[in-house]
Ligand binder design. Structure first.
Ligand code: FNR
Length: 356
């Protein structure tokens, strides 16, 4: 498992120093815009950004997504993220706890409640852990390790398939997922990490009894591509290049799953980089919007940088709200459009030259 650790530390450095995102950054959110309200009749103090998720109310609809910090830097990264999450009263995921299940001496890396006792923490395991005979025990131990309020199980077929030493057997996961959902009292979140969840997959997931889905779409961090950057094999690098932009764009996955499951708690993650995009995701039906890479990079710099990064995102969300006249997050959906209604109007008027 030392190899696994080397891998995680390589991931962090690659994510810090290189371009690891979809080359065109296309998340689908570029396709939608807001219609501004020039006379919003609101003050900044009126804006209500509160959001409930799995029975808990947060000040903002933002999730710091689970990211491994590796063994070297993990403790400090998690501390900085936890303090920022606590300051904004938003939830936080931890990275894959697998390493600490194998080596209990690493468990303190993940125990973020020691810095922020009231933090809503989402534990994290991969579907590979569901393939172990003792998978229920692993899930329970992961929850206990961080006193998790929910447990995310990430699925990353593309990454595993490209990774030389990755898993090759994806059978029997749904049945085991159902058993986990039935056996644990902690809500289970299924989390894609960049390929998105299709409506078809969502339908199967709904039958397992999961509590929430993170659609983890394309447009941001590309894990298939990272495996290529890490690899010394030119064959793997070529594969990674081929699949760099693979997946369902985050916005498309979000609306597809939302249409299928109007009540299901949904997280939209993948390529969200500012508060305006957070607002768009909320308008398209997300309950929470997950942000990874920018917060990891900030956390590698410092505690203040992490807070500042969140501050800018939160401010962007509020700007989008006031500039559309949205008092609450719910109101945002009234103001979203594919193309401005005045565009058609414009075409008609110019065509007929009736502006004279
Ligand atoms: C991740 N991500 C991740 N996800 C997960 O479920 N378990 C994990 O251990 C990790 N580890 C991890 C490490 C690093 C360095 C990064 C950048 C990301 C995936 C993350 O939670 C998120 O789903 C993706 O990064 C997509 O979001 P962004 O980065 O495009 O905002």
């Amino acid at each position: 498992d030392l190899l696994g650790q080397v891998r995680k530390d390589q991931h962090i450095e690659i994510c810090r120093d290189q371009d690891v995102e979809a080359s065109d950054r296309f998340t689908g959110f570029q396709r939608v815009q807001f219609i501004p309200e020039a006379l919003p009749e609101l003050s900044f103090d009126d804006l209500n950004t509160e959001q409930s998720f799995l029975g808990t109310c947060f000040d903002y609809p933002i999730l710091i997504t689970g990211m491994t910090g590796g063994v070297d830097k993990g403790t400090e990264i998690n501390r900085r993220l936890a303090l920022a999450a606590e300051a904004y009263n938003i939830p936080m995921g931890v990275g894959s706890q697998r390493v600490a299940l194998d080596n209990p001496e690493y468990a303190p890396i993940f125990d973020v409640k020691k810095y922020a006792p009231n933090l809503f923490v989402i534990g994290n395991l991969g579907f590979a852990q569901l393939k172990q005979d003792n998978y229920l025990d692993l899930c329970r131990r992961a929850v206990d390790m961080v006193s998790a309020d929910a447990l995310a199980i990430h699925v990353n077929v593309l990454q595993e398939a490209i990774q030389m030493e990755g898993d090759r057997d994806f059978t029997d996961i749904l049945k085991r997922l159902e058993t986990v959902c039935q056996s644990l009292s902690t809500p289970i979140v299924i989390k894609e990490v960049g390929s998105g969840i299709s409506s078809n997959t969502a339908q199967k997931l709904l039958e397992t009894g999961i509590a929430a889905i993170d659609v983890g779409g394309r447009g941001g961090t590309s894990w298939g591509y990272i495996e290529g950057l890490r690899s010394s094999s030119s064959e793997t690098m070529e594969l990674a290049e081929t699949f760099r932009n693979w997946g369902i764009p985050t916005a498309y996955s979000l609306v597809g799953v939302r249409a299928l499951a109007p009540q299901l708690p949904l997280i939209a993650t993948g390529g969200v980089r500012n508060g305006l995009t957070v607002a768009k995701a909320i308008a398209l039906g997300a309950d929470l919007v997950g942000i990874g890479l920018p917060l990891l990079r900030a956390a590698l710099q410092g505690e203040q940088e992490t807070r500042d990064t969140l501050a800018t995102i939160v401010r962007g969300l509020k700007v989008a709200m006031i500039a559309t006249g949205s008092r609450s997050l719910r109101d945002l959906e009234q103001h979203i459009c594919l193309s401005h209604p005045m565009e058609k109007n414009f075409d008609d008027i110019v065509q007929s030259k009736s502006f004279y």
